[in-house]
Each structure stands twice: as structure tokens, then as C-alpha cells.
Design a protein around this ligand. Structure first.
Ligand code: UDP
Ligand code: MG
Length: 372
């Protein structure tokens, strides 16, 4: 009986077009992967649609790849994509989007902080016409006060200085229509700040609020330094305002320098008060040197970005893909191709035989004519 159900399920998911793809990036998530698969499967089966789970292993060093491999071999709805090393979450998401085939694609974290039970609500918003359904965090349980506060402020700053409007307090948890995914695939930049790219494409967007859960198991992969890097990446990828600020600070310092020099000249010549040199000189040199190095560093950041873009390296490399659905489809299309080739060969043989007969009869006629 179980085998019958399994056969029906396999056939159902292999023959139909995928309606919903769920993309999940995983980096050292062996503690949570089984739980995540069970909860997602329960929700998706209850929807009664053809779905796929695109699990992307971002170069994990624990049991994650092994567990993903067995899931993909067992469950025809799982496509396991293995990257050749750890490329970071943004690259893993890009890989997931490129392997997803559904009409709607939902991105979520592996740790169940984004509850799978919200999927029906997201699909409803998509069916109602939204191309992007953003999930905004109403609350963030299990995260420190500082993380919540800094994340909140970061989105405000980014929105104020960039030319895209990134909805505040939204993470990567969202639904994208096929149209949105195809548009994203056209953006082939190497510095990928996904939240910015999602916003950059535009399209009708619906925002749904939810309560972010604490991690189901395992530990966070982000420390404050990597979060700061991501924030800096976000700002420098979507705005050149920091360069303009550096120029503004430079201008103000130069103006201050001119005024200060004038003051020294007046003080020496008019008031007859010789300038006490050393302390003022040292403080000026330090301030100016600091401002200059900071500006050069900032400039270097942008030049560095151009350098990486110029290399045109791929965003990620795939080591392997395991998918029963894809394997079955490839086999079916190879079969169909072989059948077409066989039919063509048979048709060619019939045509050749007909041509030979025609030739023989012409020859026959000729010889008859000659005989006559
Ligand atoms: N992740 C990834 N590559 C990385 C770091 C993280 O694919 O280099 C994945 C991780 O497995 C998880 C998601 O990104 O599914 C979010 O990571 P995490 O939960 O550690 O971040 P937090 O929720 O604490 O911000
Ligand atoms: Mg998390």
C-alpha cells in the first residue's frame, strides 16, 4: 500500500509542472534539517499542489550534505544542490533561485525562524496579484536587544541614502513570482546584496507581518562582524552617498584649514602673538591624515567592488545536483528523443525502399523501351 502511495506521489510530482518551489540555503544545519523537511512537507502536502524543495548546501562541514543527499534520494520533491565550497548566503540564494522551476518561489531560512505555516497566506497574496510577497518581522524572538535595534536602524539608514526602497524589517523570507525570479536572474552582478536586489526589480509588492520565531536548533552563522560586513556591503552596493559624504567632510576640513591659517596670520602679524606650533600642528596633521585615510579607504571599497565585477567570475560553483524529479524528466526526454530518432530512421528506410523500387521500375521501363 505504501509502495502504491509512493508510486502515485512520485508520478504526480514528476509529470506535472511545479507550482511552488521553496528555496532553502543551508550551512552546517544538520541539527534542524529533518525537522525542517517534516514541517515544510506537512504544510505543502496539505495544499495539494505540485511542489519542490530546493535545498542548497553552502559548503557545510557537518552532516548536512549527507542528510540532504539521502532526502533527495528518498523524496521526489527534493532537489539537492551542492555548492563546491562556502560562498555565503547571498550566493546560495542565487543558486537556489536558478535551480527553482516553480511558478512561485518562496525563500526561507533552514532554522525554522520563518514559520512554514505562513506559506498558504503568502500563496494567497500571490494569487491575488502580488509578484513579491515580503514578510515583515513584527517581533524577533530569541535575538538580542542590540541585534534588533541595529537591524532596525540599518534599514532606516539604507533607505535614506539609497535609490531603492527596501521595506524596513524584512529579511530574505519572501515569495517571488516566476516573473520576479526571471528578472532577478538577469542581474548578474557579483556583489549580491539580495534584499537590495529584491527591491531593485520593483513589481507589485505585498507586505505581510509575522512574528519571527527563535532558531529551532543549532546556532546562528552570523557574528557582529559579519553582520557589519553585510550592512556595509548593502550600503556600498546600493548607494554612492558615502563618497559624497567623504567629499563634504573634505570640503569642510579644507575650509576650516583656510580659516585657521588666516587666524594664525592675523594673530602673528596684527596681535603680535607668535603661534605656539607643536600641539596645533600635531592635532591638525592627525585630524587631516585620519580624514584622508578614511576617504581613501572608502574610495578603495568602491574600486575593490569594480575589481571583483571586472573579473566576471561566477557567483557560485555547483559540485553536484541530486534530484529524482530532474533525473526522471531527463530520462523521459532522452526516451522521447530516442523514439523520435527511431521513427525518423524507420521513415527514412521506407523512403529509401520506395526510391529503390521507383528506380527499378524506371530502369525496367527503359530496358523495355530499348528492347522495343
Ligand atoms: N547560511 C548560508 N551560508 C552562510 C551562512 C548562513 O547558507 O554562509 C544560511 C543558514 O544555514 C540559514 C540562513 O542562511 O539557513 C540564515 O542563517 P542564520 O540563521 O545563521 O542567520 P540569522 O537568522 O541568525 O540571522
Ligand atoms: Mg536564523
Amino acid at each position: 500500500m505504501n509502495a502504491l502511495i509512493e508510486n502515485w506521489r512520485t508520478g504526480f510530482h514528476i509529470d506535472r509542472k511545479v507550482e511552488v518551489s521553496i528555496v532553502v540555503p543551508l550551512y552546517n544545519e544538520h541539527e534542524v534539517i529533518t525537522m525542517m523537511h517534516e514541517r515544510l512537507t506537512a504544510v505543502l502536502i496539505s495544499l495539494g499542489v505540485c511542489y519542490e524543495l530546493v535545498l542548497v548546501d553552502d559548503g557545510s562541514r557537518d552532516g548536512t550534505p549527507h542528510m540532504m543527499n539521502s532526502l533527495a534520494k528518498k523524496d521526489p520533491c527534493v532537489t539537492a544542490v551542492f555548492l563546491s565550497r562556502n560562498f555565503g548566503k547571498e550566493a546560495a540564494l542565487t543558486a537556489g533561485l536558478e535551480h527553482a522551476t516553480g511558478k512561485a518561489v518562496i525563500i526561507m531560512d533552514a532554522d525554522l525562524q520563518d514559520p512554514p505555516e505562513l506559506i498558504p497566506q503568502m500563496l494567497k497574496a500571490w494569487k491575488d496579484g502580488a509578484d513579491v510577497v515580503c514578510m515583515r518581522r513584527r517581533s524577533r524572538a530569541g535575538e538580542t536587544w542590540f541585534k534588533r535595534y541595529s537591524a532596525h536602524q540599518f534599514y532606516r539608514v539604507l533607505n535614506a541614502i539609497s535609490d531603492v526602497d527596501i521595506p524596513a524589517d524584512t529579511g530574505d523570507f519572501r515569495l517571488l513570482s516566476r516573473k520576479a525570479v526571471d528578472m532577478l536572474k538577469q542581474l548578474n552582478e557579483r556583489n549580491r546584496y539580495m534584499k537590495g536586489l529584491f527591491a531593485w526589480i520593483g513589481l507589485p509588492t505585498t507586505v505581510i507581518e509575522y512574528d519571527r520565531m527563535p532558531r529551532a536548533a543549532g546556532t546562528t552563522k552570523w557574528d557582529y562582524l559579519s553582520l557589519f560586513n553585510l550592512a556595509f556591503q548593502g550600503i556600498t552596493s546600493f548607494s554612492t552617498v558615502p563618497l559624497r559624504i567623504a567629499m563634504g567632510v573634505g570640503l569642510l576640513t579644507a575650509l576650516f584649514g583656510v580659516l585657521f591659517t588666516l587666524w594664525i596670520v592675523i594673530k602673528t602679524l596684527v596681535l603680535g602673538d607668535p603661534v605656539q606650533g607643536y600641539p596645533s600642528l600635531i592635532s591638525m596633521i592627525t585630524i587631516l591624515g585620519g580624514a584622508q585615510l578614511l576617504s581613501i579607504g572608502l574610495l578603495g571599497e568602491y574600486i575593490g567592488k569594480t575589481y571583483y565585477e571586472a573579473k566576471q567570475r561566477p557567483v557560485y560553483l555547483v559540485r553536484d545536483v541530486v534530484s529524482r524529479r530532474q533525473a526522471a524528466r531527463a530520462a523521459a526526454s532522452a526516451n522521447a528523443e530516442a523514439q523520435t530518432a527511431a521513427t525518423a530512421a524507420a521513415a527514412a528506410a521506407v523512403a529509401a525502399a520506395a526510391a529503390t523500387t521507383a528506380k527499378a521500375s524506371t530502369a525496367g521501363t527503359k530496358s523495355y523501351a530499348t528492347y522495343k
